[in-house]
Design a binder for this molecule. Structure first.
Ligand code: ZN
Length: 285
């Protein structure tokens, strides 16, 4: 059996594992994301003890995914210190000696959910993460959509909820979707995440913004399903609350989708992006 390597590089932690399907994936080993050299060395070390035939990487971004670009496979300018311009793909290819494929964390998660999770068999769906940041991966007609750059669905314009005076935490846009509803944006208003479960004001606020993101997806790409994952989405009642808010926003417009089918938690739990790494690795060159 072909053993593939998978990596999910996040802003604070990096997970590595190997396997051929989500069902036989090794228990992910968690590395703290520190400097690029230290973090990527730990990834290389892991695969020298666990040989694989190819590696699929889902990473935070923004990433240069233009195959004709001289910096293809690199992290583009990021506020995360030391990571701007780091050639993740080239580094892992040269150090491991196997084929490596790279995509964004949300595109990876979308691929995983489409192959094995809540969007299995669907050709039009989206995966949104709501956590440290907000991102969206969209599959349309069976393929991930991307243009000159990968989409950045977390940075769309949202309407400010009544009474919300938070200036927004996005360093570029202030009150974009991510600036208003990411984990750090919620922490500014409500304190530590451990206190959020059961707090109706947290749930109401975050789903009020996330539902606007879902509405935009409904009207721009008409997905059969919008899977919402990430740490904030694990608040009790989150998906049910998003369904209600989306329904209110669509307000009976003709062709309204079945909201129970539309809004879904991930079918793979926290493994969506690592599972997507298997899909990426299978197509790596
Ligand atoms: Zn923004």
């Amino acid at each position: 059996m072909t053993v593939l390597g998978v990596v999910e590089i996040g802003g604070t932690k990096t997970d590595v594992a190997f396997g051929s399907t989500p069902g036989d994936l090794s228990r992910p080993v968690r590395i703290t994301t520190t400097s690029p050299a230290e973090t990527l060395d730990s990834v290389v070390d892991f695969f020298s003890s666990h040989p694989v035939t190819a590696i699929g990487v889902s990473s935070f971004g923004p990433l240069d995914l233009d195959r004709s670009s001289a910096t293809y496979g690199s992290i583009v300018a990021t506020p995360k210190p030391g990571w701007s311009g780091v050639d993740v793909l080239g580094h892992l290819r040269s150090r491991t000696g196997v084929a490596v494929a790279l995509d964004t964390d949300v595109n990876g998660a979308a691929l995983g959910e489409g192959h094995w999770g809540a969007a299995r068999g669907m050709s039009d769906y989206a995966y949104m993460t709501v956590g440290t940041g907000i991102g969206v991966g969209v599959v349309a007609g069976g393929s991930l959509i991307g243009g000159e750059r990968h989409p950045e669905g977390g940075h769309i314009v949202v309407s400010r909820l009544e009474g919300d005076r938070h200036p927004g935490s996005c360093p570029y846009h202030g009150d974009c979707l991510e600036g208003m509803a990411s984990g750090p944006a919620l922490e500014t208003r409500f304190g530590r995440p451990e206190t959020w479960a059961g707090d109706e004001s947290v749930l109401s606020l975050v789903t009020g913004y996330v539902a606007q993101g879902a509405r935009n997806l409904v009207y721009t790409v008409a997905p059969e399903r919008i899977i919402i994952g990430g740490g904030v989405s694990r608040l009790p009642g989150f998906h049910e609350a998003v369904r209600g808010r989306v329904g209110a926003l669509l307000n009976g417009y003709p062709g309204e989708p079945d909201l129970d089918l539309l809004v879904s938690p991930p079918g793979l739990g926290e493994l969506s992006a690592l599972a997507g790494g298997l899909v990426l690795a299978a197509g790596a060159r």
